[in-house]
Design a protein around this ligand. Structure first.
Ligand SMILES: [Zn+2]
Length: 180
């Protein structure tokens, strides 16, 4: 019985120890995840997911009214992802990214400043270091999303990613011709 108690104590201390290093820094790090084909869409409230889906054109008007089925987000994101890859004719096999949804410009600004202290905070940006697209859902469009997905696809496709300027030209081309 004594041995058992000691064993439990060790387990408990180990558990607290690991918690110390896995507990999110703030509640803002608690994400819900919706899986699409090549990406995990991470969001904090259902409203954020709905707004994002609406902004990128994933809502359909049906005879019953606005269809806000959350599955529409997967349909729409997969659609943009497929279109971007076909425009670029780049289909990297290991492509998998996260798309993180933030409710407004100031929240995204705080995230952006963790990456750089210069330049204006964009509506969305891609970091290949974290393999993530960070999105301000109050301003995003399907073109903006396509543009950032293009950056992701290009970075996964090339062993040595092309220079920033060249990537930008390609990403702008994608964004312009997304639904041609
Ligand atoms: Zn760009």
């Amino acid at each position: 019985m004594k041995g058992h108690a000691a064993f439990l104590l060790i387990i408990t201390s180990f558990f607290s120890f690991s918690l110390l290093f896995t507990t999110p820094v703030s509640a803002a790090d608690d994400w819900k995840v919706f899986e699409a084909n090549c990406c995990s869409i991470k969001y904090q409230t259902d409203e954020h997911l709905r707004n994002f889906t609406f902004r990128i054109g994933g809502f359909k008007f049906t005879s019953e009214g606005l269809d806000d089925n959350p599955a529409n987000v997967k349909i729409k994101v997969d659609d943009v992802m497929g279109k971007v890859q076909s425009i670029l004719d780049m289909h990297p096999a290991d492509l998998h990214i996260s798309i993180l949804l933030y409710p407004d410009h100031s929240t995204l600004d705080r995230i952006f400043r963790q990456f750089t202290s210069t330049g204006n905070t964009p509506i969305a940006f891609y970091s290949h270091k974290t393999k993530s697209i960070y999105v301000d859902i109050s301003s995003v469009t399907d073109g903006v999303l396509g543009h950032e997905i293009a950056h992701a696809v290009i970075n996964f496709y090339f062993v040595t990613p092309p220079p920033a300027k060249m990537q930008e030209i390609l990403a702008q081309y994608v964004d312009l011709h997304l639904w041609d």
